[in-house]
Design a protein around this ligand. Structure first.
Ligand code: PLP
Length: 408
């Protein structure tokens, strides 16, 4: 008999991107020709892990007190203001005049997502996810004894499937009386899709219609790749401005990732940023989520939070320049991939920008094994394989597509 609690029997962290990524790294250490297209971290064209120079510089300036003492659970005022300024940019004053807002430091975007789930669902409730998704959402839901349902992300013509999203929201409204919807945008993982402004307008209007009668609607906006939107920093914030039009029965909790924006993957720092027209919603958000953070992880990385505060407050222009260069690397790789894939007749799901591209296929596990035998590691999904553009060079992309063509 297992000693595990019945809910924990059968748990196994198998097939996750982090596990496959570790295998790929080991294989590459033995043979430099191995292509490691697995984990969503940014690597330069020299094949080395990409670090932002400003981030390194700021980190080296930190005193022991700025690195090691116990931080407050939610993060200090400098961190919270720095996050608001970064996420809202030019629209900060306008947004803060229209809605209430609170920020809580978390261990990465993952901590932000996990804590939000735990405070807006009851055991047995379902979170609504896209069918093409970062599968860790399911693990996070299961971990807290929640179920999930999915909406079809694209229609037959490859457009964002608002109809199916709306249908699923109404189903959940009927069955559980509340909706917690996760949207990952821009540069969605795993497709690289970025929603159009008009699609965001439609989503906001849908949320307002559903929640008008008092039905709680929680939009968990996973903005992990916000700063890699090829439309630029300001354009990617216009959606956020729209979210101030949500009514009082709704709240938007944004999950910010210090991993993706600043390359601080292993430091584990991010934030929950909540906005709502109702001040009461935001007061409750802060009280419950600060309590959860203390109960789950006590406090987040002080070093991570202080790097973010300093970079966003005092080194902003320098950092933006580096970030624009980093985004440019991805745009170049995406162009190479698209060109080669087109020539090879390989079809992908709708891609706009970002770290990943998804290729639908019938036997993802089989394709994964065949590629692995040829020294190429990528991530098998349910009905597709995910190529990670951020971790491979332009030259590797050309080789990868050649091998993919053979295998597919
Ligand atoms: N959301 C998405 C879609 C991701 O792909 C990731 C990481 O890969 C995250 C959130 C969270 O990353 P972190 O917890 O490192 O901030």
């Amino acid at each position: 008999m297992s000693l595990l609690a019945k809910e924990s029997v059968g748990k196994e962290n198998k097939g996750s991107a982090l596990t496959i990524g570790r295998d790929a790294r080991l294989a590459k250490a033995l043979d430099k020709n191995v292509i490691d297209s697995t984990i969503g971290m940014l690597y330069g064209e020299d094949g080395a892990f990409y670090t932002f120079e400003v981030v390194e510089k700021v980190m080296k300036q930190m005193t022991p007190t700025e690195k090691y003492i116990y931080p407050s659970t939610a993060g200090d005022a400098k961190f919270q203001n720095a996050i608001k300024s970064w996420i809202f940019r030019d629209y900060k004053d306008e947004i803060l005049n229209k809605v209430s807002c609170e920020v809580i430091a978390t261990p990465g975007g993952t901590g932000a997502i996990c804590s939000t789930l735990s405070n807006y669902l009851s055991a047995g409730d379902k979170v609504l996810l896209p069918n093409e998704m970062w599968t860790n959402y399911i693990q996070m839901a299961n971990e807290q004894h929640y179920g999930y349902d999915t909406y079809k992300m694209f229609d037959e013509a490859g457009n964002f499937n608002l109809d199916d999203l709306e249908r699923k929201c109404y189903e959940l409204k009927k069955s559980q009386g509340r909706i917690l919807l996760i949207i990952n945008d821009p540069c969605q993982n795993p497709t690289g899709y970025s929603m159009k402004y008009t699609e965001w307008i439609a989503v906001v209007s849908m949320i307002n219609s559903i929640s008008r009668d008092g039905t709680p609607f929680i939009l968990l906006y996973d903005m992990a790749y916000l700063d890699y939107d090829k439309r630029g920093f300001n354009a990617s914030r216009e959606n956020i401005r729209l979210l101030t039009n949500l009514n009082e029965n709704a709240i938007c909790v944004m999950a910010f990732s210090g991993s993706k924006t600043l390359g601080l993957y292993g430091l584990r720092i991010g934030a929950q940023v909540a906005i709502s027209k109702s001040e009461q919603n935001i007061k409750e958000f802060f009280a419950a989520n600060e309590y959860s953070a203390r109960g789950k992880w006590s406090s987040s990385s002080l070093l991570g939070a202080n790097i973010i505060s300093e970079v966003f407050t005092n080194y902003r222009q320098e950092f933006e320049k580096e970030l624009t260069y980093a985004s440019g690397l991805l745009i170049k790789r995406a162009n190479t991939f698209t060109e080669c894939a087109k020539k090879a007749g390989i079809k992908t799901l709708p891609y706009e920008c970002g770290f990943f591209v998804t290729i639908p296929c019938d036997d993802p596990q089989g394709v994964f094994e065949k590629l692995k035998a040829k020294g190429v590691y990528l991530i098998p999904m349910k009905n597709a394989v995910r190529v990670t553009l951020s971790s491979i060079t332009n030259d590797e992309i050309i080789r990868l597509v050649d091998i993919l063509k053979m295998v597919l």
